[in-house]
Design a protein around this ligand. Structure first.
Ligand code: BGC
Length: 706
C-alpha cells in the first residue's frame, strides 16, 4: 500500500531545525533554477540564514593564485554565482517596515510535497508595535517551463484592519557563509546589475556570463485572505543575446497544474516502494525527488555535486554524474540521461585542448568544471583523477546498452570514445611486469583521494580497459577500424591488474598494500574527515581509503570475479575505508548485498537513504550530496535487486530481512518493466506485446530482447 504521507516532508519531523540546514533540504529546483528555502523576510542581516538562488551554468571566474606554479596547472576558478534571496519581500504596515528592524517571526509550517515539488510555509509575524498576522507562502520551480520560479504570498489572521504592503526589491544582499572548509567556495562575487525596460540583467564581472530576470516589481497592498503571485522569469543569456524572454508569463494556477502532471509522470516512471519501513520510504523518495530537481536538461548544463541547493564544490560537475547519478536516469528517465551526456559531448573541444596542453593525444575531460575547462587547483586530487575520461565513456556505454538508442554513439558519443582511447594509448605505459609486457596507467589518482599519484590504480586500469575495448568495438561497428584501433585492443588485452598472491587480495595500486595501515585506533572520532585534520602527505603514506575504489570497480564488473574474491576484497578494503566521502557507503551497500551480507547492506543503505535528512556528513548547509542520492538508488536496485548488465538485465534477490517488499519500475530498450521483490522471489511484469522475455537463471532472472 502506498502511504501518501510519505510524499510529505515537514521540518518538524527532522532532527535539526537550523535555518541553513532547512534551506538546503527544502530547496526547490528544476535543473535550471534552484532556490534555497530562505527566510521570506530576509533582505538584510535582520533575519537568519544563507539564502539565495542558483541558475545552472551561471558562474564567475577568476585566476587561480598559486604560491608556486607549475606548467599545465588549471588557470581559472569557476564559481557558481548565488543570486539574492529572490523570494524575500519587504512588508510594510503603516510606518513599520520589515527591512528597518527585526520583526519577530515564528515558522509554524514548512512542508514540501514530494509529489508536486511545492513548498509551503507559514510564518506567524509580530511587528515591533505588536501587530500580528500570518504570512503564508507556496513556491516551486516549474518543471515544464524551466525559466520560471513561482511564489505565492497570502496574508491571513490579521489582528489589525490595515492592508499589508508587500514589495519585492532586487537590491538585496548577497549572502555567503565564511568557512575554512576547502570544499566550499569562499568567494562572494559581486554581480553587476542593470535594468532594461521590464527586465534586469546581472553580469558576473569576470566570466561575463549574464542572467536576465523579469518580475513585476510594483508594491502590492494585501488585505486579509488576499494573495500575491510572483512569477520570476530567469534565463542565462547567450553571448550576444539581447531579448531574453519570448514568452509571456503564465498564471500560477496553470503552472501548478502543469507541475502536478510533470511530477505524476516522474513518479510513475521512477517511484520505488519499500514496505515495512516508513522512514526509509520517505528517505528514498526525498533522494529521488532531489535527483529530479538537480539535473540540467538543455544539453549545455549538467548536474552539480550539490545540485542547485548550495555553494559546496562551487557548483562544479564531477564524475559523480556518470558513476552515481546517470544510472538512475538511464533506467528511468533516459531522455534526461541523454541531455547529461550531450553536455559532455559539448565540452569535447575543451577536453581536446586540455590533452594537447598536457602534450597528449586525444581528449582529457576536466576533473571538475562548469564550462568544460579544468578548474581543479589541487591537481593530485583533481586533474590526476584521469579516470573521469573512462567514467564518461562508461556513461555513454550504459546509455546505449540500456536504451538501445544509438543516436548518441553515431554522433558525438563515438568521438568521445575514440578521443579518450587515443589519450589512453598515449598516456599509458607498456612495462615488463611479472615476466610479461603489460599496459598500465601510471602517476594517477583513483577514486580514493587518500592515495595520490600512484601507478596502476586498479579502478582506473579496469575502466580504461573497458574504454579501449569499447573504442575498438565501435570502430569496427562503424567501419572505422584502423591500425590505431588494433592498438587500442592490444592495450586493453595487455592491461595490468595487480594481485597480492600471499593475501589473495586485489591490489588497489602498486604500493597501497605495502604501506602501513592507518592508526585507526588512535584516531579520535573528531578527527574525521581526515582531510580536515591531517596534511595530505601523512594521509598518503598509509593504507586508508576515503571511499570505495577497488570495491567500486568490482561493483561495475562483478561478473569478472569469483564470489570468494569479491568477499575477500570487500572485507579487506572495508577495514581501511573511512567513508569520509559521501560517495562511499552506497557502493559498500551494493557489494555487501552481492556477497550475501544483507545485514551490512541494509545498514549502509540506511545511512545513504537518510544521509542528508540526518545530516550524517554534517555539511548539509553547503548543499545536498547528490551522488549519494543517486547511490541510494544503486543500493536498492544494483544491491537489493542485484541488477547487473550481462547481455540483458540480470537481477537477483538480495532483499534484507528488514524490507518485506520492494517494487520499482525500469525502462529497458524503451519498454517499461515492473519488478517486485518479496522474500525469496522476484516477479516481473512486462508491457503487453513486449519484445522482451524473462528467463530464470542462477537463482535470479534475466530480461533480454526476444
Ligand atoms: C570525492 C569525489 C567527488 C567529490 C564531489 C569528493 O569528496 O572524493 O569523489 O567527486 O567529492 O562530490
Amino acid at each position: 500500500m502506498v502511504n501518501h504521507q510519505s510524499f510529505q516532508l515537514s521540518a518538524e519531523e527532522l532532527p535539526h531545525q537550523t535555518q541553513e540546514y532547512l534551506e538546503t533540504l527544502f530547496a526547490v529546483g528544476n535543473g535550471q533554477i534552484g532556490a534555497r528555502a530562505g527566510h521570506p523576510l530576509k533582505v538584510n542581516q535582520f533575519y537568519p540564514g544563507n539564502p539565495g538562488v542558483f541558475v545552472n551554468g551561471f558562474f564567475d571566474s577568476e585566476p587561480i593564485q598559486y604560491g608556486e606554479w607549475a606548467y599545465g596547472y588549471a588557470k581559472n576558478h569557476q564559481t557558481i554565482c548565488k543570486l539574492p534571496n529572490l523570494r524575500g519581500v519587504v512588508l510594510r504596515i503603516g510606518q513599520e517596515k520589515s527591512s528597518d528592524s527585526e520583526w519577530q517571526t515564528k515558522r509554524t509550517v514548512m512542508n514540501i510535497d514530494l509529489s508536486t515539488g511545492v513548498l509551503t510555509e507559514t510564518y506567524h509575524i509580530t511587528t515591533p508595535s505588536n501587530k500580528q498576522f500570518d504570512l503564508h507562502m507556496s513556491s516551486f520551480a516549474s518543471m515544464t517551463r524551466r525559466e520560471l520560479y513561482a511564489c505565492r504570498y497570502t496574508i491571513k489572521n490579521c489582528d489589525f484592519p490595515d492592508a499589508v504592503e508587500l514589495m519585492h526589491t532586487l537590491d538585496q544582499s548577497f549572502y555567503t557563509i565564511k568557512t575554512d572548509d576547502p570544499r566550499v567556495a569562499n568567494k562572494n562575487h559581486q554581480l553587476e546589475k542593470e535594468s532594461i525596460s521590464d527586465y534586469h540583467i546581472w553580469t558576473a564581472p569576470q566570466s561575463n556570463k549574464r542572467i536576465a530576470l523579469r518580475l513585476d516589481l510594483k508594491p502590492h497592498q494585501l488585505v486579509e485572505g488576499a494573495s500575491l503571485e510572483a512569477i520570476f522569469q530567469l534565463a542565462l543569456l547567450d553571448d550576444n543575446q539581447t531579448a531574453p524572454f519570448q514568452n509571456q508569463c503564465v498564471a500560477y494556477s496553470l503552472l501548478l497544474e502543469e507541475q502536478r502532471n510533470s511530477y505524476r509522470d516522474f513518479w510513475e516512471k521512477s517511484d520505488i516502494l519499500i514496505s515495512g519501513n516508513e522512514q526509509l520510504q520517505k528517505g528514498i523518495r526525498f533522494n529521488l525527488f532531489h535527483l529530479n530537481q538537480g539535473a540540467g536538461r538543455d544539453g549545455k548544463t549538467n548536474f552539480a555535486a550539490k545540485g542547485l541547493t548550495g555553494e559546496g564544490y562551487e557548483g562544479h560537475y564531477f564524475w559523480d554524474t556518470e558513476m552515481y547519478l546517470l544510472p538512475f536516469f538511464v533506467y528511468t528517465h533516459p531522455e534526461v540521461a541523454k541531455q547529461l551526456l550531450t553536455y559532455r559531448g559539448s565540452i569535447l573541444p575543451q577536453a581536446k585542448a586540455r590533452a594537447q596542453e598536457l602534450g597528449q593525444s586525444g581528449a582529457l575531460f576536466a576533473w571538475r568544471t562548469i564550462d568544460g575547462n579544468e578548474t581543479s587547483a589541487y591537481y593530485p586530487a583533481g586533474t590526476a583523477q584521469l579516470h573521469i575520461n573512462a567514467d564518461i565513456v562508461y556513461g555513454f556505454q550504459l546509455y546505449e546498452r540500456v536504451t538501445g538508442d544509438q543516436s548518441l554513439m553515431e554522433g558525438i558519443g563515438k568521438e568521445v570514445v575514440f578521443e579518450t582511447a587515443k589519450f589512453w594509448l598515449d598516456y599509458g605505459t607498456y612495462a615488463h611486469k611479472h615476466g610479461q609486457d603489460c599496459f598500465g596507467i601510471h602517476g594517477v589518482t583513483g577514486p580514493d583521494e587518500y592515495s595520490a599519484l600512484v601507478n596502476n590504480n586498479f579502478y582506473t586500469n579496469k575502466m580504461v580497459q573497458n574504454n579501449l575495448y569499447y573504442a575498438s568495438e565501435l570502430a569496427e561497428r562503424y567501419g572505422m577500424y584502423t591500425e590505431e584501433s588494433s592498438k587500442w585492443l592490444a592495450a586493453a588485452d595487455a592491461m595490468y591488474f595487480g594481485f597480492d598472491e600471499e593475501r589473495k587480495i586485489t591490489q588497489q595500486d602498486d604500493c597501497f598494500l605495502d604501506q602501513a595501515v592507518w592508526p585507526f585506533e588512535e584516531t579520535p572520532a573528531d578527527n574525521y574527515p581526515l582531510l580536515l585534520h591531517y596534511h595530505p602527505m601523512i594521509i598518503y603514506k598509509y593504507q586508508v581509503c576515503k571511499q570505495a575504489d577497488t570495491v567500486l570497480a568490482e561493483m561495475l564488473f562483478t561478473g569478472d570475479f569469483s564470489l570468494e574474491q569479491l568477499a575477500r576484497d570487500y572485507d579487506y578494503y572495508e577495514k581501511v575505508t573511512t567513508h569520509d566521502s559521501s560517495l562511499s557507503r552506497s557502493i559498500f551497500s551494493v557489494m555487501a548485498s552481492r556477497i550475501g551480507d544483507t545485514e551490512k547492506a541494509y545498514s549502509y543503505f540506511m545511512d545513504t537513504a537518510l544521509m542528508d535528512l540526518t545530516d550524517l556528513q554534517k555539511n548539509v548547509v553547503d548543499g545536498i550530496h547528490a551522488a549519494n542520492m543517486g547511490g541510494s538508488w544503486l543500493s536498492l536496485i544494483y544491491g537489493f535487486a542485484g541488477l547487473y548488465y550481462d547481455q540483458g538485465l540480470r537481477m537477483t534477490n538480495h532483499l534484507p530481512k528488514e524490507i518485506e517488499q520492494l517494487s520499482f519500475t525500469l525502462t529497458y530498450l524503451g519498454e517499461s518493466v515492473k519488478v517486485t521483490l518479496d522474500k525469496g522471489n522476484i516477479a516481473c511484469v512486462l508491457q503487453t506485446d513486449s519484445l522482451l522475455s524473462v528467463e530464470e537463471m542462477d537463482g535470479g532472472i534475466r530480461i533480454r530482447q526476444k
